[in-house]
Design a protein around this ligand. Structure first.
Ligand SMILES: [Zn+2]
Length: 224
């Protein structure tokens, strides 16, 4: 919001300069000469302030479109929280949350940025980046109606590859990302327990109770 206000303010300065180049100020007989440099600088600052919120808005649209495909429903909307949104969000401690009633998915600061960076350079395969893809799939599974964390996470895990492909990650990296997440970050929860324990299930493995046997399951890529 603050970025929009600042962008509007500097756009106003530019427009005011142009306006008084055509209409004389009160007390003046002639309109003033327009300073092109001043207008240019004001507009450049306005664009700079508008860049970040516009980029976020476009990314939210992109995520919403992909989340709808993954959820199989049009009743989904993704929102990237700003630092201020996150600070006042009662669920600020979770990386994201979803409401199946409204279809709203919220990612806390800085997770939209992490996912955006990861999608720009997926070949880096960094842990946080792979987690952000998993988180995207996780919240989409919630919005479909599943609220049990272990089941939700397992559904997301099996769709990690599908989610990665939808988000534009190349085939070979998407295969590796899903299996690597399963074998490292997911498997680690078995030992660590604590906060991560509700997100882990012994039944979440190929052939076990939570295996949905999806055609494009992450687990089809054991040989990555
Ligand atoms: Zn959850």
């Amino acid at each position: 919001m603050l970025w929009w206000v600042m962008a509007g303010l500097f756009a106003f300065f530019a427009l005011r300069e142009l306006y008084f180049g055509v209409v004389a100020k009160s007390g003046y007989a002639e309109p003033q000469e327009i300073s092109k440099a001043y207008v240019g600088i004001m507009l450049a600052i306005a664009v700079a302030f508008a860049y970040l919120p516009i980029r976020t808005l476009l990314f939210e649209r992109f995520l919403t479109e992909k989340a709808r495909v993954l959820a199989g429903s049009t009743k989904v909307a993704v929102h990237c929280n700003t630092l201020f949104d996150t600070a006042i969000d009662p669920m600020s401690l979770a990386a994201g949350h979803a409401n199946p009633e409204t279809g709203s998915i919220v990612f806390q600061k800085p997770w939209c940025g992490v996912l955006m960076d990861h999608l720009a350079n997926p070949e880096r395969m960094d842990e946080k980046g792979m987690f952000s893809v998993q988180m995207f799939a996780h919240e989409v599974m919630h919005v479909r109606g599943e609220m049990n964390e272990a089941i939700t996470e397992c559904q997301a895990l099996q769709r990690h590859y599908r989610a990665a492909r939808l988000l534009g990650i190349p085939e070979d990296i998407a295969r590796e990302s899903g299996m690597q997440f399963y074998q490292t970050q997911y498997a680690a929860r078995r030992q660590t327990g604590g906060m991560q324990a509700p997100y882990y299930s012994y039944e979440c493995a190929p052939g076990k109770k939570l295996d949905e046997k999806l055609e494009d399951s992450t687990w089809n890529h054991q040989d990555f």
